[in-house]
Design a protein around this ligand. Structure first.
Ligand code: CAO
Length: 441
């Protein structure tokens, strides 16, 4: 059996016309005894008004922005018998506790109470959260957070230091939503590698303090590639092995084909030869054409040769994959490279065209630079960086000869590949580039 009681605004310690600043429970909500229903804010402090009994809130007679005084109607609460009996300090259990305090608490009530349950807080039985005395420290910004007792309790439950939480309420008061938003933001930050690695937080700097700035949100490609690069950089123990290939003859051959390339409507850049030379090196050292299983227990060796090529686009870096490069000749690869990199720059690649790569090449040779450390494109186990070829004096045993040297930088996953194999790979690659006839062997 249940009955409905009327709840009133309790003793406000003499304060008048106190603002209702927060509603903490809604009609239909099940509330526990002492659970805050609303928050009031006077000139000097905030206080929560709690439910005196457990039950179901039938209606709430105040709204945010109302001004209330002691004795004003607050809410209708349906109290079921069980809840009432469960309240060990309830004065209203005549059957079970005949010696309980008489219902004098309701004497001031205009409506007769059908049962001796209190309809409003009585002076002898103050609300669980009494009026809060004002002290300047309570609201000193930066020292003590300005929040209602309910929000303080909520923050305590979550272990949140309220001095860290910016308040969005009136006069900077911290709302429950502010605590929730802060927790969400903190968890997101914790999800980043910063906390996983036990690093100190990233500096949050207001750059506009130092001069004019412009903010540009990162586009989708940059966010995606950034997240991938970050994971790969953090998760893979990278080592970069350097080498130089003598491409003097290769360049002479390439240049001799320039007119023919134009006739075919394509461009034969050094990259096409590099792709073929990489495939030959992958055949010679199959552990480079492999991926580590997700659990790190198995090396998966691939019998196909799909090469990813990093393409610089206006929207950021993408890595389309050229399939079956072992089976393809220079002209076909030149055509496919031209076609796929053009589409990459226009943002027209399909997702499947960026999947299935065995090994990636990042060529900055068309731009410049002497060396760099490329980041492995997981789950591949190695990547080749190519810088700009340059003329250099090379000692042939009797004299220095001017030779065109191509800088190669091989980053490899040291969990899978040993340094000796990495050195073998770059030596094999340089030999292939130094004498293209080797690609026929
Ligand atoms: N040394 C000297 N010259 C080179 C060279 C090298 N290593 N590589 C290319 N060149 C020359 C080419 O021969 C071409 O000159 P010609 O027209 O006279 O022959 C010129 O530089 C421009 O080449 P390219 O860059 O247009 O063509 P490519 O086949 O070498 O590269 C592509 C194609 C798509 C890989 C390239 O355009 C690109 O986007 N590179 C950037 C990749 C990148 O951003 N990597 C970084 C990833 S990590 O952030």
């Amino acid at each position: 059996m249940s009955e409905t009681i009327s709840l009133k605004i309790p003793d406000l310690g003499g304060a008048r016309d106190v603002d209702v600043i927060e509603i903490l429970a809604r009609p239909g909500d099940r509330v526990e005894k002492d659970q805050p229903l609303i928050t009031l804010e006077g000139d000097k402090a905030t206080m929560d008004v709690p439910a005196e009994q457990a039950g179901t809130l039938k209606s709430l007679q105040v709204n945010v922005g109302d001004k209330v005084n002691e004795g004003d109607p607050l809410a209708e609460l349906e109290v079921d018998e069980m809840a009432g009996e469960a309240s060990d300090d309830s004065p209203a259990q005549p059957a079970a506790a005949p010696e309980a305090e008489p219902a004098v608490e309701t004497a001031a009530e205009p409506e007769p109470a059908p049962r001796p349950l209190p309809a409003a807080p009585a002076p002898a039985r103050p609300p669980a959260t009494p009026p809060v005395a004002f002290t300047p420290e309570r609201i000193l910004p930066g020292k003590v957070a300005y929040a209602s007792p309910a929000v303080r309790a909520f923050a305590r439950t979550l272990g949140v230091d309220l001095t860290q939480v910016p308040g969005s309420g009136r006069k900077g008061r911290i709302l429950k939503e502010d605590v929730e938003a802060w927790v969400k933001q903190t968890l997101q930050k914790r999800g980043s590698a910063n906390d996983a690695l036990g690093l100190i937080p990233w500096p949050e700097v207001d750059f506009s303090r130092f001069g004019e700035i412009e903010e540009q949100p990162l586009n989708r490609i940059r966010k995606l590639s950034g997240a991938n690069l970050h994971r790969n950089w953090v998760r893979i123990p990278h080592v970069t092995q350097h080498e130089e290939a003598d491409i003097t003859e290769m360049e002479a051959f390439r240049k001799s084909l320039k007119a023919e390339a134009e006739q075919r409507g394509t461009r034969l850049t050094p990259l096409v030869f590099i792709i073929k030379a990489v495939v030959a090196a992958l055949k010679a050292l199959p552990q480079f054409n492999a991926s580590l299983s997700a659990d790190g227990e198995t090396l998966i060796l691939k019998k196909y040769f799909h090469i990813g090529v990093a393409v610089d686009t206006p929207n950021g870096l993408v890595v389309p994959v050229l399939r079956d490069c072992y089976q393809k000749g220079f002209w076909q690869l030149a055509e496919e490279l031209g076609e796929i990199s053009a589409r990459a720059r226009k943002g027209k690649l399909r997702p499947d065209e960026m999947q299935g790569g065995c090994f990636s090449i990042s060529s900055l040779g068309g731009i410049g630079g002497t060396a760099f450390s490329p980041i492995i494109n997981a789950p591949e186990v190695a990547i080749l960086g190519v810088s700009r070829a340059h003329m250099a004096p090379v000692w042939d045993g009797t004299a220095f000869q001017p030779r065109l040297m191509l800088p190669l930088d091989l980053s490899y996953d040291h969990r899978v590949i040993d340094g000796a194999d990495a050195a073998r790979f770059v030596v094999e690659l340089a030999r292939n580039l130094g004498d293209l006839r080797r690609l026929l062997l």
